[in-house]
Design a protein around this ligand. Sequence first.
Ligand SMILES: [Zn+2]
Ligand SMILES: [Zn+2]
Length: 137
Amino acid sequence: MGIPKTMKALQLTEFKQDKFELNAVPIPSIGDNDLLVKIGAAGFCHTDYQVWEGVYGSKLPQIPSHEPAGIIVSVGAQAKAKGWENGQRVGVMLFKHACRNCVGCETTSDVRFCKNVVIEGLTTDGGMAEYIMAGSR
Ligand SMILES: [Zn+2]
Ligand SMILES: [Zn+2]
């Protein structure tokens, strides 16, 4: 299956305005530990509403939604070694890219406690698009 260079994505371009823009944007790039997921479904929850309100001060434009699910279409080298493969159906966690360097990372292996974690839909692009970069575990 060929992966295109660009995808359609909904973008929040201004807080508290009654609109999202549908734009063509580059397909997310993935690192060695990441997966590229073709999105089948994505939610819009209260947190996404708060993003829209500007509560988290997200950098705009922001692709909303931190709760997508879909099918893996590309796998980084380290992620492949962990058993991830193209064609697997997955739900995507919102927290990704633990720094492995902060107090949270040193005291637990749980990515949620990393002080430098990125959060899709809040601090990095989310699931209201055709593809998303997902971290692997
Ligand atoms: Zn949510
Ligand atoms: Zn950390």
